[in-house]
Design a protein around this ligand. Sequence first.
Ligand code: SF4
Length: 310
Amino acid sequence: MYLKEYTELKNEELIDRIKTAKTEKNAVILCHNYVRDDVQRVSDILGDSLGLSRRAAATDADVIVFCGVMFMAETAKILAPERTVLIPEKGAGCPLAACATMEDVLEMRRKYPDHIVISYVNTTAEVKAVSDICCTSGNALEVVKSVGEAPVIFLPDKNLGAWVKRELGKDNMILWDGGCYVHQFIGLEDIERARSENPGATIIVHPECPPEVTLAADVVASTSGMYNYAAKHNEPIILGTEIGLTERINRELPDKKVGWMKGSAICSNMKLITLPKLARCLEQDIYEVTIDEPIRAAAEGAIQKMVELG
Ligand code: SF4
């Protein structure tokens, strides 16, 4: 069946087909917090990129379907090389991850041979393979702290890097000039509007937001950190991140008062994952994620160094 034929099916039929194919293939569906609500609802495990990959590596599923962007599916393959990893849309890339290539990083390493290269997980497998250690938005502070006084090249998100630099007072960090189009356009005016419209609300922003925004917010947290904060607190909360996380929290924690800061903070790359594509993916194994073994093994090394930090 072609994709067009799947798009002509009703959602109920698509969901039935997804469930049937999932059982037949002993598959698990992982889904990032920013993916469309209807896809989140048929998924088995929701979360952020690394948390999902860790869960994938720990399941006994033969097939992992990753509803997210390509670097996330690659990370699942890096950590679970013996499993078949599928992504419903191979064109679901991440412009932030595309900001740094392996050649760029090797060039920087030649220029600054004494620097430790710390890569955010939002990078390709090739970039991870030539990095010393990976980090997530949730553990970036701990990872950078772990290298002590050593100089660092931090990539690819300059806002996350600037936040880490400011929080740790670490001046010897070279920041890559990359950014996420969803978070870098959240501005001070969005915080001010959120505060005036929601007096008493706690304002939480993602560290990929610009420095003036992370400085003005009440809390800076990863998507998992935002979810956990909402689960533990009862005051109104406004989230400065992609709207999909707010949709998930409102669905799973209906007693909480959580809203988004900016309705246009939408990752169109994540929204490329749809129910028709997910049904086709499960029924026809489209698209399989593969990584050359030397690259995969080297990338796993950089991720494992991060994991060993706890
Ligand atoms: S939200 Fe930003 S970092 Fe995440 S996938 Fe979209 S563009 Fe990439």
